[in-house]
Design a binder for this molecule. Sequence first.
Ligand SMILES: Nc1ncnc2c1ncn2[C@@H]1O[C@H](COP(=O)(O)OP(=O)(O)OP(=O)(O)O)[C@@H](O)[C@H]1O
Length: 293
Amino acid sequence: MLCRRIFTSFLRSNTYPFLKHPKFTTPFAFLDVNPLNLRPSVLTSLTHKSISSNCTMSDSRRPVIPDVDKADKIELFRALESSLGTPFSSQPFVPNASPLIIVICGPSGVGKDAVIKRLREVRQNLHFVVTATSRDMRPGEINGKDYFFVSKDEFLTMVERNELLEYALVYGDYKGIPKQQIRDYMAEGCDIVLRVDIQGADTLRRILGNSAVFVFLVAESESALVQRLIGRKTETKETLLVRIATAREEVKHVKRFDYVVVNAEGELENSVKLVESIIDAEKAKVQQRRVII
Ligand SMILES: Nc1ncnc2c1ncn2[C@@H]1O[C@H](COP(=O)(O)OP(=O)(O)OP(=O)(O)O)[C@@H](O)[C@H]1O
């Protein structure tokens, strides 16, 4: 006690200014370690408490923290808990990430469908919104899986009922995104993938702003894109020309997107991995995108 008084009066005087160094004024600082890895404020208040409790609490009532190398884990855990005075919480430090809407766009033939198909195979809790379209079914396509194939009249009825988040007339056919499907899957905690053309992406940006993630897919070059489109064998020479001319304009809009992914020839897996990384990074953001449809 006498020693402490002498030490305190030294601290108050300016005779030995080095004694005001945090090493001497911060509890435990002389150890050069923080034995419980506590925040300095907690440490300070704890130590002040235990110093002041010296006056009132007998040694037998003070919680004893066993030595780390001797105590078993549970004993140490409980001792630390009772020293701090409140039970350790098992609540997650951060809540679950909000479901995301990922909008994938890019010129015709770049590989949007191929990337999304693979993404669905490798990633859980991801729902690809099945778009409604008035175009004819292509060989191999399945109604309700690739698209909801509807007549023009049926499509226009959906528009009248405000059932579509966004719709457009593309190469003479209507395409639109059903709202209810998005609400249902987001309620289950799924991320939503939307596949749209450039007009659709513009409209969605107006509607959703920054609450969705916009990804633009490009080929490594124009010539690679044309070869891919030819290789798909779905187009006539006329529609090929229209799609290629349109693609030339579309790639100029890349700046409006949040991310660009180069889907290079033979590198589909890498493109999918990159899209996955984008989703993971978005989910780790402190300020989450929150979307209401
Ligand atoms: N990285 C890649 N390397 C080689 N071929 C690819 C790659 N990605 C996609 N493809 C192929 O390119 C063709 C066009 O791809 P896909 O149909 O997915 O394009 P899209 O962007 O969905 O086109 P559209 O908008 O016209 O429907 C397909 O035959 C597909 O298998």
